[in-house]
Structure formats: C-alpha cells, structure tokens
Design a protein around this ligand. Sequence first.
Ligand code: GDP
Length: 479
Amino acid sequence: MSFADSLVQGLRNLVDYTGGLVSPTVRLGVTGLSRSGKTVFITALVHALIAGGKLPVFGAQAEGRIRKVSLAPQPDDTVPRFPYEDHLAALTGSDRRWPHSTNRISELRLVIEYESRSAWSGGVSTLTVDIVDYPGEWLLDLPLLDKTYTEWSRETLALARVAPRARLSADFLAALAALPAGTAADEGTARRLAESFTLFLRSCRNESVSLSSLPPGRFLMPGDLEGSPALTFAPLEAEEGARLQASSLFAMMERRYEAYKTHVVRPFFRDHFARLDRQIVLIDALSALNAGSAAVADLESALGDVLKAFRTGRNNLLGQIFAPRIDRVLFAATKADHLHHINHDRLEAIVRLLAERAARRAEGAGAKVDVAAIAAVRATREASAKQGRSAVPCIVGVPLAGESLDKERFDGVAEAAVFPGDLPDNPALALDPDSEGLDLRFLRFRPPEPERGADGRLRALPHIRLDRALEFLIGDRLS
Ligand code: GDP
C-alpha cells in the first residue's frame, strides 16, 4: 500500500471512527444469557423499524417523523454480520420456526432517516445504529480480571459445594478428589477436568436449575474458541508449594487461566464492550422465577456483576482498561407473551426490584438504568376460559411440536389455551428466599402467523412493549 493509500485509509477510518462528524452513530449492545431472546429481539426490532410497525410509545415513529430505515454495510470487517435476513425468513417462512440462537458476537448497521422535531433544523437527519449482539456469558467474565487463579478456584469450588450447585457438581468434584497431591502437568488430565467442569456448568444452566452466574463465559459460549487450549483449564484445590513447581498441573492451569484473562476477556472488553453507547440486557426472568428462589438469587448476583461493568470512573477495574461510555442500560424481561397482560406489570415490578437490589450491591452504577417486560415477538393472544362460574384468563397459541402439558402432547399445528399462572402482586414475594418457586406453566409456542399488507409486503410482527424499549434506547437521539 502506498503512502497516499494508507493516508486515505487512515482518514476513512478516522471518519468512520468519529462517525459523529458525518452522521451521528449509536452503538447499541444487545446481550443476555443464552436463550434469553437476543436473536429474536434484534430480528423483530429491525423488522419493526424497516416495515414501519405499530410502535406507539416510540416517539419518532408515532409522530410520523421516520422517513426511511435501511440496512448498510457494518463498520467492522472482522466481526461477523448478524444474519438478519436468514432469521427473518425462519420466523416468517411457511414452517414458522424460531431462528438459531446467538453463540458469538455479530453486528448489524441500521440507517434511520428522520425529520427532526425542531423545525429550525429542517430537512432530514440521519442516525446510524450499530447493533452489536454478544453472549451475556462473556460479560459475566468481568470479575475474573480482578481475581487470581487461586482466588477464582477457591470461590468456584466453594460455590460448587453448596446448594443448588452441590447436586450437579458431584462428578467434577470426584474427579478433583481423585487427583493425587502434586499431580504433574498433563494435557490429558487437563482436558478431562476441563470437560467435566464444563459439563457441570452446563447442567447449572438447564431449565429446572436455571442459574445465571457461571464464569468463565467461554466455557458455555466458546464462540470461535471451541476446543482451544485457552479453554482447557478448571479450578483446582490450592496445594502448598504446588504452584511453585512450574511442572505441576496447578501451575499449568494457572497459566491457562491467566492466558484466558489476557487473550480472551480483556480484548473483548477493550475492543467491543468499550465502544458501546447503549446496552439492553435481556433476561429470561420467567425461567428463573419458575426454577425457584436459588435461581432468582443467582440472577440477582449476575445482574450485580453486569451493573459493575457499567460503573464509570478511573478507580474501578474497567476504568483502568478503558473509559466506559455506556450511558443507558435497559434490563428487559423477555417472553412476556407467556403471561396474560395483567401480569406484565407484575413481571416488570419483579425485575425492577431485582435490578434495584443488584444496583445497590454494585455501588452506584454510572449509567441511567430502566427495566421493561417485553416480548419482541408475540406468539400468543389472550382469551378467557370458563371454569365453573368464573372466567380464567388464558393465553392461546400453537405449542411447538413435542411440547406437553398435563399428559397432553402437542403436534405443532393445533392451538391450545393455557392458564400460565399468576405472578404475585407484591414483587417482594417472588424474590422471597423461602419461596418454593412460582407455579407457572410454560409452553413454547410457534411464532405467530405472518401477515401481509395489500402490497404483499410482510407486516411487522406483533410484540409487547418493544416500542418502550426502543424509545428508551434511541428515542432521545431522534428528537
Ligand atoms: P438467544 O440465545 O439469546 O439468541 O435467544 P433466542 O433469541 O434464540 O431465543 C431463544 C428462544 O426463546 C427462542 O427460540 C424462542 O423459543 C424463545 N423466545 C425468544 N424471544 C421470544 C419472544 O419474544 N416470544 C416468545 N414466545 N418466545 C421467545
């Protein structure tokens, strides 16, 4: 490349980087643990904007000021593009299925042309929104940066020995107990232990347990690092002197843990997280509520860790790596269409209380925080079923083939009406550590039948409060 070429390239990068000079840009992070609804959320949000869906609380749209929304090439060539078209085709195609979930970072650029509210600015303005989708598991790695291998091992093993993890960790702990004192470094042993540890972490995520706080994040969501040595470690009991021996298994694990922090965790925070302006954290709160108080307590602890990532200032860990610039965070409980609308506010109140308690522990989050209960895609409608003399509020949808409830097995074609259960009026009751878990009945439903307008174009999908989320996340940038 000639000097002139590199100068031009440099200027291009500068213009892109300082995008604000040309067209204001918002980098919007979308995160949440696996299956929390990131893929569905981004697909539905982009389609709602492009198709001009009903978004009454999203001011710019409701006021008819949005002229055009289109996709544009993303700024980062090395980050995969979010496959929006494939996901939309899955949701709205003839077999109406949920798209494949997020398992790595991806990006999508949206360009919104809008009329500004202030008449004097006249004409049409442009806002570029870069959506960055990444696994929430990676965000929960932040506390590792502050911990040595010995500290992390001690904490992880202590947690593994108490409820609710204790009944899932037996195989891994047995494998550890079988290691003779002073075991020498050996690849086979390291791999076996890492596999057993990963299986344990995975079992903590399954539906009936539904725990949230499970670092290291790449063990569950390896992205492109699947099978790499950076992920071949596990916590070990501290042994007197073992660490000093460079040839010990302990020293080998410690080196890999440090390499994981240096080569995986830090670059993610520096190269991706640090560049975000706004963030939505999707939470499958209903699954945690359904699994019981231990899952809810774990979710609260994970939210606290997430909030720590948004604290600004030089004195905290992140401040030393970069200056975080996220100024708005939305915690959104997803899949609210699994509940009757009388419960939507209750779900929101529960998440608000959870986030507040977590915020208090995280000591003064720097960003403005809000919560919402949403369904990016509403797969159900409401009805009331007669039970004796009273009417029971139900939701109606087409359960996915293979779903079952009370011995009934669904075929993926027939509709069913379900009484999903009620959330308590008082949110504190849902978070009560002595509670057994709520008696909620969830079925997974197929996405709704897509509708087309007279011109044959696909209409935006039905949703719950997607417009509120949009207003909080980018509304002020379109005024
Ligand atoms: P990700 O792993 O965070 O990307 O999660 P996905 O977006 O793939 O969502 C995981 C699953 O949750 C989907 O396959 C759906 O079954 C369900 N889901 C996500 N969002 C919604 C929603 O808005 N409504 C309903 N009914 N189900 C949803």
